[in-house]
Design a binder for this molecule. Structure first.
Ligand SMILES: NC(=O)c1ccc[n+]([C@@H]2O[C@H](COP(=O)([O-])OP(=O)(O)OC[C@H]3O[C@@H](n4cnc5c(N)ncnc54)[C@H](OP(=O)(O)O)[C@@H]3O)[C@@H](O)[C@H]2O)c1
Length: 397
């Protein structure tokens, strides 16, 4: 049984938490820079999901705007655009909506009682949307399981309010990217981020007692971007899961693993991230993250080989999360990731997948422990890290 996809919720709100105003026109909450950021996020996903009300009201295209991003997907053997997904309890969908335009796979998950109505509206055409009975009432678990069975590893949920609230309240989100616009809407009639604490969703999985994990705070044009990690297991599990997601961004290689890494400081601040081959052909993920950090401290060209992390004292109390155990032997470069980590003084490593003996015999975990580094293995995430490398190691367990 495939695991459920990584669920990334993405939305823009006003400074007082509104997702739109109450007028019939769509309120633009993010500017060109943030729309471009979302385009990049879309390009890294297999499916984009919105609620039927957003299809009716905003009539979104849900396409990748930048043709270079679509071309990059095509070069990886992916469809040019992610699949479009919507949910409906009533089946009240207009086949003329842009959601149903050709160019991407369209999936409509419909509550059982409305299947007949939806079928009548959408028609049986060869190129029509795929209509899926998602239970009565519609089950988000069923939706995610079905998406996984269709090969969707990463789904971007773009709203609206009801859909975002349902994923959050159901504890089904792994990440929330919240873009906050520099103005207020101040209209109680407008939709806002709202958790429906109804019988279906009796508790708030991200209450003050179990907060989300803040992974990024940045400025994108005029909006403030907050990236939160959610899901079970607390920060360790969440950062590692994120590292696994980063591994999906690696340029493909037939002779090296795809790995993601995140370095987190003692206070929970993300110091740097990296993925294999992010900057140069033979890059390992840990090496890229350490290099980024070192380059922030040093003038360009002043970086001594083998001294990637030594410039930043925060590394002496940091944890590095890596989807694959850091390498203890390496054919491509003279310094292994274990040596980089030890040289940087990083005291703790958390990883998901033990390296199969495919390219080297390196015993990274054992070498780290021998050097006094605390090592935590999270085997529960190994299959996700491995799945990204299925072209090298097969898809079996
Ligand atoms: N700022 C942003 O980032 C952003 C992004 C997207 C949308 N928006 C705004 O959000 C507003 C729309 O939000 P909304 O809350 O009204 O609608 P929505 O979340 O887009 O869609 C709600 C609809 O989705 C279907 N649905 C949702 N959960 C379901 C479930 N568990 N089972 C079955 N069907 C389910 C139902 O469709 P049926 O009615 O067909 O049964 C429901 O009416 C618009 O104003 C839009 O502009 C803002």
């Amino acid at each position: 049984m495939p695991q459920r996809p990584y669920v990334l919720l993405s939305c823009a709100t006003s400074a007082d938490g509104y997702l739109d105003d109450a007028s019939p026109q769509r309120l633009l909450l993010s500017g060109p820079a943030d729309l471009d950021r979302v385009d990049e996020v879309r390009a890294g996903c297999d499916a984009i999901l919105v609620g039927a009300q957003t299809v009716r009201k905003d009539n979104p295209r849900l396409l990748i705007r930048d043709p270079r991003r679509s071309a990059r997907r095509a070069a990886r053997g992916l469809p040019t655009h992610p699949a479009r997904v919507t949910l409906t309890a009533t089946g009240d969908l207009d086949p003329q909506a842009r959601f149903f335009a050709p160019g991407a796979l369209r999936l409509v998950y419909c509550a059982t009682p409305a299947i007949g109505r939806a079928r009548a509206r959408l028609g049986p055409g060869e190129d029509s949307a795929v209509l899926i009975d998602a239970g009565d009432p519609l089950s988000l678990d069923l939706v995610l399981t079905d998406l996984a069975e269709r090969g969707v590893l990463r789904v971007l949920v773009e709203g609206g309010a009801q859909i975002l609230g349902a994923f959050l309240a159901g504890g089904l989100a792994d990440e929330l990217d919240l873009a906050v616009a520099p103005f207020f809407v101040a209209d109680p009639a407008a939709p806002r981020l709202n958790l429906p604490l109804a019988p279906h969703f009796p508790s708030n999985p991200n209450s003050p007692g179990s907060p989300m994990t803040l992974a990024e705070v940045s400025r994108v044009g005029e909006v403030g971007l907050l990236r939160y990690l959610l899901g079970p297991g607390g920060p360790d599990h969440r950062f590692l899961r994120w590292a696994v997601e980063l591994s999906r961004l690696c340029p493909p290689s037939a002779s090296a693993f795809s790995v993601g890494a995140v370095i987190v400081g003692e206070d929970g601040e993300v110091l740097a991230t990296g993925f294999s081959r992010e900057q140069e052909d033979h890059d390992h993920a840990e090496e890229v993250a350490l290099r980024k950090l070192a380059l922030r401290k040093l003038a360009p060209g002043k970086l001594a080989p083998g001294k990637l992390g030594s410039a930043d004292p925060r590394l002496r109390h940091a944890t590095i999360y890596s989807s694959l155990v850091p390498c203890g032997a390496r054919a491509s470069r003279p310094v292994t990731c274990v040596q980089h980590i030890v040289a940087a003084g990083i005291p703790r490593v958390v990883f998901a997948w033990r390296e199969p003996r495919l390219f080297t015999d390196g015993e990274g975990a054992e070498q780290l422990r021998a050097a006094g580094v605390a090592v935590t293995e999270v085997p529960g995430l190994a299959s996700r890290a491995r799945a990204v490398n299925a072209h090298l190691v097969g898809s079996g367990a």
